[in-house]
Design a protein around this ligand. Structure first.
Ligand SMILES: [Zn+2]
Length: 280
């Protein structure tokens, strides 16, 4: 018998306003309905409030790396199921479903490519794949990318978009990835390497608490949710109302966690200028 079961309502309640699927998207920040084509043309940024919608890892790479120059690394690494975890469903089955839905073998892509003609190592996490959580494959791919950036004296850029940190189905193996990526970054730093960390909506939990906040520069997209634990959990734990805009890029810039906020349309140019400035 299942420990928890959801009661199916006898009848489904109709929402007050039906939105035709596939044509419009509702902005989660200002509730504006946006025509999908217009949203895509605006790089998936809300034209009313400038909320930056999450992008897929492939869309990120398309916006960041020069066309046709990406050499993807370690795409053949796939998750194992050492704990035989099966709540609420077998992990192995869940992984296959996510792979089919997202067209990726796990929640991040890494590789080497050109950015405005400059060779860089890049890693991108994708919040669609199990919330972008850092399982052993994500940790291993990122660590190898960091180590190759160190060996090849190349600048490293990691764009984080992870609503989850640890992947519970991998238990302590997932938690170890925080130490592994952090330790590889320390070696990159000792060799004088440059790491630009870009935080996008959402960057949370173990991803934020490890590699994502270890950048030489930490850059965020506007209005991104960035934090360790979600605001509702914090509020219910401390029983206090959190300040307005808590855990958003603008609040964190004011409080010193991030260095600057860059609009999506300006991100590639900004990165190119930074690479020129640091000349690593
Ligand atoms: Zn909006």
């Amino acid at each position: 018998m299942k420990l928890f079961s959801r009661h199916q309502p006898a009848f489904a309640r109709k929402s007050k306003r039906e939105i035709p699927t596939g044509l419009w998207t509702k902005c989660e920040a200002c509730s504006q309905l946006i025509y999908n084509k217009a949203l895509d043309e605006n790089l998936r940024v809300c034209p009313k409030c400038e909320f930056h919608f999450p992008l897929t890892a492939h869309q990120r790479l398309h916006l960041t790396i020069d066309e046709g120059t990406l050499e993807e690394w370690d795409a053949d690494l796939t998750p194992l199921d050492p704990l035989q975890f099966s709540v609420p469903k077998p992990y192995a089955q869940k992984v296959v479903e996510e792979q089919r839905a997202c067209g990726m073998t796990d929640a991040c892509l890494t590789g080497k490519g050109l950015l405005e003609g400059r060779e860089v190592v890049i890693g991108v996490t994708d919040s669609r794949f199990m919330m972008g959580s850092m399982g052993s494959v994500v940790g291993e791919r990122l660590t190898r990318a960091i180590e190759r950036a160190t060996e090849q004296h190349l600048p490293l850029i990691i764009i984080s978009g992870s609503g989850g940190g640890a992947r519970m189905q991998e238990g302590v193996l997932s938690l170890m990835q925080m130490a592994k990526t952090s330790s590889a970054l320390m070696k990159l730093d000792e060799k004088g390497g440059l790491f630009l960390s870009i935080l996008t909506h959402p960057t949370m939990a173990g991803v934020l608490a490890s590699f994502a906040t270890l950048g030489d520069l930490i850059i965020a997209e506007p209005k991104a949710l960035i934090g360790f634990t979600g605001p509702r959990v914090i509020e219910s734990t401390i029983r206090q109302k959190l300040p307005e805009g808590f855990q958003r890029s603008e609040f964190l810039l004011e409080h010193g966690l991030i260095d600057f906020i860059v609009q999506r349309r300006d991100m590639k140019d900004t990165l190119a200028r930074l690479l020129q400035l640091f000349r690593v």
